[in-house]
Design a protein around this ligand. Sequence first.
Ligand code: WTA
Length: 652
Amino acid sequence: MKSPKLVEVDKSKKHIYWPTPDMKERAWAGTDKIYKDAAKDPKAFWAKLAQDGLDWETPWKKVYEEKPPYFKWFLGGKLNASYNCLDRHLKERGNKAAIIWEPESPNEKPRVLTYKQLHREVCQFANALKKLGIQKGDRVGIYLPMIPEVIVSMLACARIGAIHSVVFSAFSGESFRTRVDDCKAKVVITCDGYSRRGKPIELKKQADLASSAKSVKKAVIVKRLGNNVDMMDGRDVWYHELIAEAKAECKAQPMEANSTLFLLYTSGTTGKPKGVIHDTGGYLTQAYWTTLFDFDLHDNDVYWCTADIGWITGHTYACYGPLSVGATMVVYEGGPDYPDWGRFWSIVEKFGVSVFYTAPTAIRMFKKMGDKWIKKHDISSIRLLGTVGEPIDNEAWYWYFKTIGGGKAPVIDTWWQTETGGTLITALPGIGPFIPTVAGRPFPGTIAEILDDMGKPVKKGETGYLVFKPPFPPGLLRGVWNNSKKYRDTYWSEYGNKTYFTADGAKWHDKHNIRVTGRVDDVMKVAGHRLSSAEVEDALNSHPAIIESAVVPKPDEIRGQVPVAFIVLKRDIEPSEDLQKGIVSAVKKEIGPTAKPHQIIFVKGLPKTRSGKIMRRFLKSILVNEKLGDATTLQNPAIVDYLKEVVGYKKK
Ligand code: WTA
């Protein structure tokens, strides 16, 4: 179905767009009264949302409590996330499609799972997990591509109160192992293999590195590719065999609102990724309402979030959010360019996708590939567009708006983080305004500020640090697994333990709307994927030829940023092409292909402070020909001229 025109340009400011009366009329939130009401009493606002949006087994006793830097929502309330995503829809939406799964090969048939079918399989797998010895509070590591079983696995864990930790299937087996070790997972779930751009990927071989961890008792293997795999007696079991013998009823375990729903490991400023803890009640409240409000979902929508489930966007907007609101969502297994660059649009056409959510890096890539791929398909069903993951530039915004949205669909630029669980800054489709490069307003009931170095609010137009003030958003992380120090140091030390520090720079575009400028720490966004300098450096430094290294982001037209590695080799080791290749494959093995350095620059030294800390910002500036800061504080100021020469720095 062709969608109507839902946005119009501002009469006097041509770069600003507003929802049409039609859009306002149909939206869940259609006037900015919602912001004012929420601001009067944010706790009462969220309490009402939690009550209206979710099914609770036991009501909460207290709405909110703070013991800085910890806080809780809906204390004493009990609910189950899997119940909220499945059981409660069965009566009215039992036969509605929950998942429309599109396999990578266009020759293979899509698979549709109705809410009833998904419920059945989740119950069966939850029973199977119990049989394997999984109990409430146990951790389960999930390492699967975009197949329905990954969602079944997550919901099955949630159903019995087990904590899932999903690891991106394109990460290496070593990465999976590190995460499984950190959270001491008892069971891991993976598959034999899958196909990526037509090439077989033998995932079980990678997963075996983690399955052999001491904590792991059982490994469940989904059959997907049909390749030969070695099944270890007593440890490895087939998913389909477990399902075949499992009962189809499994009561959902009521969980206290503040109990952990899942862990998701993410990159910080140190080499070791941290296990971000998300709770059940607060997280689900934010997932539910942001999905409804941001994407304005109604029962006849077909929604598609293209993020991989291994990232937070996949967790919240390709699983918990859409399923908790009872939506129909598309899940696609493969790459955007397989078999050609028209694949996404053929999927939009085939299923009549009306709401489409993707990342700026994908948008820039499609733009570069040319409009011919889009013109081959009828994508007029699209009526709302979303973007996430990094700042979107003006050109990409307009291209997305005009070419994909046909100039009639609002573009919702959502700012958020793994840590915030759900979106926090965005324009709402029924309220607007939609302004290219401006994310929008803090979600109703949340309090954002932009502070200077001294902790004072910045003036309009000045850049500062984006923070959130109490009451903290219900979906915000509740801790770092096994590492309360990291939790305090990373998020609650910059401005004290009552201010959540995002590590993003931002400025006020006007009184209400925020433009996010990007990370202020050593975290990069490479093709939308979050990666830390230290993590890549750790992988590099494990190479026998390397003494030390520094990894910094370099701007890239398509990928946003790409990692560039400055490497100091051991004495007597000469740089060579083979060595470069070896170094790149070491990073691939340790982390995965996403972390691969785009460029390797061999140097004889790195800029350091007197205390020996590597000053990555000098390297960053040299790479982009930017004015350099004061080098006199360096232990080795002469290194700067040397590095400029190596890189070919041209003074402007
Ligand atoms: C960046 C992704 C500008 C930001 C959900 C943040 C954005 C980091 C936007 C978190 C946006 C995300 N505009 N920047 N709309 N969305 N970011 O944890 O720097 O993978 O801190 O979560 O992405 O990345 P993460």
